[in-house]
Design a protein around this ligand. Structure first.
Ligand code: COA
Length: 330
């Protein structure tokens, strides 16, 4: 059987309107714009309104991706939603998005690979299309992290933002599409990035709430050390599978967590920082949405052309790390 070429035919993104600047945080916690900018590169981020859940953000991004792909929602036969902040713990959020966008012919599943989720989603979608199970898969990364960060914890609250992105994965022109993928994981045994309560291990009791265990907890330096290794490793593993070198990449779209992590990866990969697409200054870390939002922006600005080789690389809680190499199809 001839091998299928599978890639992206449309991308979209949605950012909530509410902008929260570093100066806004100066008013509520002991921090400064200078500290946040120099340690992370973040200047502002978006927060969802009280009425907006992850599904609402995801649905808006999905509609944009469908429009840009020029297809209708009922052509989608699978929705893969990457999120670590689902609407509910039980009842998957992909089903809610299916209803919101009217994708009545689609199966729907959530995947949680945290900030690597969008890349995991693309790889899974490729597999679904390659196997013949599905024809057109809608991959979404959507998060409302503002609901799970403690706005009094300066170690975490300044880092994250809300947003969503989407891509349509299907068969594409010969010689283009997703060339290779690497999906990595290792257990985070020390709880370097975790929300303790609300799952099966630690139920959401009053005591857990008093200890603020419903909020994300992070050991920043541990995550930093993991990230500076994981980003280059995942990219190089995917390049190796594609029989390509770092110098073959036209653009790296990394997870947008911290500009210092990306600069370190740029050095290790020997890919100039100018070839990394960065927008974390505007949106902060939007977890599984960040790579998709950056991809959409780069495409919308005309920075990605047909035939360009792009590496999408993520790392995050789990711990997970992942990369796909794509030859852009349109
Ligand atoms: N404003 C001011 N000071 C802050 C602060 C803030 N928002 N957050 C932390 N600090 C303080 C700390 O309390 C600490 O003070 P202390 O020395 O008195 O205890 C000091 O700054 C230095 O903290 P440290 O953790 O050493 O800073 P850092 O240079 O490692 O930067 C991070 C902290 C969080 C920016 C950095 O570790 C990081 O980016 N880690 C990765 C996080 C990440 O990307 N997570 C998501 C992955 S998907």
């Amino acid at each position: 059987m001839a091998q299928k070429n599978i890639g992206i035919i449309g991308v979209g993104a949605y950012l909530p309107e509410k902008v929260v600047t570093n100066f806004d945080f100066e008013k509520i916690i002991d921090t400064s714009d200078e500290w946040i900018r120099t340690r992370t590169g973040i200047e502002e981020r978006r927060f969802a309104t009280e009425n907006q859940a992850t599904s609402d953000l995801g649905a808006e991004a999905a509609k944009k991706a469908l429009e840009n792909a020029g297809i209708s929602a009922d052509e989608i036969d699978m929705i893969i939603l990457a999120t670590a902040t689902p609407d509910y713990l039980v009842q998957n959020t992909a089903c809610i998005i299916q209803e919101l966008i009217g994708a009545k012919n689609a199966g729907a599943i959530d995947v949680n690979a945290a900030c690597s989720g969008f890349v995991y989603g693309l790889a899974l979608a490729k597999g679904m299309v390659a196997s013949g199970i599905n024809k057109k898969v809608l991959v979404i990364g959507a998060e409302v992290f503002s609901r799970i960060v403690d706005m009094e914890d300066r170690n975490t609250c300044v880092l994250f933002g809300d947003g969503a992105a989407a891509a349509i994965v299907t068969e594409v022109e010969c010689g283009t599409g997703i060339i290779s993928e690497f999906l990595g994981a290792e257990a985070d045994k020390t709880g370097s990035l975790r929300t303790i309560a609300g799952g099966s291990k630690v139920p959401l009791t009053r005591e857990a709430l008093d200890k603020k265990e419903n909020f994300i907890q992070m050991k920043g330096q541990d995550v930093f050390k993991f990230a500076v290794k994981a980003l280059p490793k995942a990219t190089l593993e995917a390049l190796d599978k594609a029989s390509m070198k770092a110098s073959d990449i036209d653009m790296v779209i990394p997870h947008q967590a911290n500009v210092r992590i990306i600069e370190a990866a740029s050095k290790r990969l020997e890919i100039p920082i100018e070839r990394f697409y960065l927008n974390l200054n505007k949106y902060g870390n939007t977890s599984s949405a960040s790579i998709g939002i950056a991809l959409f922006e780069a495409w919308e600005k005309g920075l990605i052309k047909k035939g360009d080789v792009i590496a999408l690389t993520g790392f995050g809680a789990g711990l997970t790390y992942a990369s796909v190499i794509i030859k852009w199809s349109y």
